[in-house]
Design a protein around this ligand. Sequence first.
Ligand code: NAP
Length: 306
Amino acid sequence: MMYDLIIIGAGPAGLSAAVYAKRAGLKAVTLDSSPMCGGQILNTYEVDNYLGFKGISGMDLGIKFKVHADALGCQFITATATKVNKTDNGFSVETDKETIESKAVIFAMGADHSKLGVPGEDDLSGMGVSYCATCDGAFFRSKDVAVVGGGDVAVEDAIFLSRGCNKVYLIHRRDELRAAKILQNQLLSIPNVTMVYDSVIKSIEGNDQVENIKVLNVKDNTESEIKVDGVFIAVGLKPNSEIIKDLVDFDEKGFIISDEDCQTKTPGLFVAGDLRTKRLRQVVTAVSDGANAVTSVEDYFNRQKA
Ligand code: NAP
């Protein structure tokens, strides 16, 4: 079957695009690897800046988005897209189950956690090394942990972990946090959080479980050891752009180059949410992208008809 539109990824951007596409009367389908949908916010403890939903859990907000899309009758396929090709009539999207075709595609695959790339990180992953405080934090109740990074996620993770852990070290490579001021102020008032500025982790050590980390102070070049049971790594995002090669342009970090109109360099291919170059990666901007991308798809179809 030939669809008008295939949306790849069902996080906030993809689900918003699905709703707008349905309301625009497009024959659209949304692909996601998980039947749950929702993307990264499912792992977010609390979303406090999405208008109208103060303090909602990421899981609850993700479920609300999906329920809204389902109520409108949006079509979903649980499958992992593996490749996108240009065809004579539009595009084909290869998945781990089948190949489907459409006149236009919106990429909304989002981004994943970056790694530190230090010794011990891979070996002890799942054995004290984690990339998701809300998923794994409960295993570290009353224990000492380190969080690495200085962005919103690291600071939110440290705040979240401080509620159950004995001690939380926040290790940041500079002496200034990148996170929103409101989060910084909240973090700095928590007594069991210790800030370790100007420092990077050199190695994560332990036998079957994280036991300690070696930390280098990059200002005075001194090395120290901190005993921790867990290390939560929150050093930014890696875009999920592997399935697309030459049909779009990428910036130096691998994000797909596009503007507010969500168009890529190939007519008929659009990108929405965390995957595209943008100033602010948040739920509200992802949702807004989904709407803009579908409007651009409609403009594209109208131009083709004219
Ligand atoms: P981010 O904002 O890119 O921050 C990454 C942090 O990790 C930075 O502090 C960076 O240091 C540090 N870092 C990067 N590579 C490192 C390395 N190799 N070693 C040590 N430190 C390293 O990423 P994020 O916190 O994951 O957030 C991702 C996006 O989601 C952001 O746009 C964020 O605003 C958004 N977000 C928003 C909310 C919210 O609004 N509530 C919640 C979560 C996430 P430097 O500062 O020195 O570069």
